[in-house]
Design a protein around this ligand. Structure first.
Ligand code: ADE
Length: 226
């Protein structure tokens, strides 16, 4: 899978993809992440990418030309399945959307800044808008990093048995069960006996029950979903 990311702050997106699972996914050639500096596509003085908004009001707006130039340049080399604008107005990111996106071949992400992008970009070039939560970030970069992380780990072949996504919280609309490691007793705090029993069927049943219990208690809304 290829994920291209358009940003005015490319440095902010250097580190998040250089560790752990995403690093390995790139080393295995299962994921290609390409960060593009929007300013490189500005034909204005000082590589300008934003301007005052029509109608007045505080805050700058990202201009149409650099974004249009950048996206059409990228499209001349790659056919994108989705062109996604990260925005608090977008569809709320969840595991279902992450699963769907992980099956795509090429995705382009556009990170907004300031007051956002000229509306005509959203109308004519963007195919999907995604929000990572009901709060406002200073820009789309951290949201893009979250999206790439959650999608990247789901790409077939990225996770091995040990890190399998099948037991993640949310994968089946359930939170993950509690986990423990050595020592089996610390400070008088003990690990549930069943986990030390070696009885794998009973352990699976216990884990499922705990997942359900935890979901009912903490996130009953998940159980009402489809
Ligand atoms: N940009 C600013 N806030 C955002 C959010 N909550 N999700 C995605 N992109 C954003």
């Amino acid at each position: 899978m290829r994920i291209d990311i358009i940003t005015v702050l490319p440095d902010l997106l250097q580190s998040p993809f250089q560790h752990s699972i995403l690093k390995r996914a790139q080393e295995k050639d299962l994921l290609h992440i390409n960060v593009i500096n929007l300013r490189d596509h500005s034909t204005f003085n000082h590589k300008q990418v934003d301007d005052y908004q029509f109608g007045g009001g505080a805050g700058m707006v990202m201009m149409i030309e650099p974004i249009f130039n950048c996206i059409t340049h990228l499209q001349s080399k790659t056919k994108y399945d989705e062109i996604i604008y990260l925005s608090p107005d977008g569809e709320l990111l969840d595991q279902k959307i992450a699963n769907q996106l992980s099956l795509k071949e090429n995705i382009l992400l556009l990170c907004g800044h300031y007051k956002g992008v000229d509306e005509r970009i959203r109308q004519h070039l963007i195919t999907k808008e995604i929000s990572i939560g009901n709060y406002v970030l200073s820009g789309g970069e951290l949201a893009a990093a979250v999206l790439v992380d959650t999608v990247g780990r789901l790409i077939p072949g990225v996770l091995n048995d040990e890190t399998s996504a099948l037991t993640d919280s949310f994968q089946d609309n359930l939170l993950a069960p509690p986990v423990y490691t050595r020592p089996s007793e610390f400070n008088g705090w003990i690990v549930p006996e069943i986990l030390l029993s070696g009885h794998s069927a009973k352990i699976s049943e216990w884990r499922y029950d705990k997942s359900l219990e935890r979901t009912k208690e903490r996130r009953p809304d998940l159980l009402k979903n489809d």
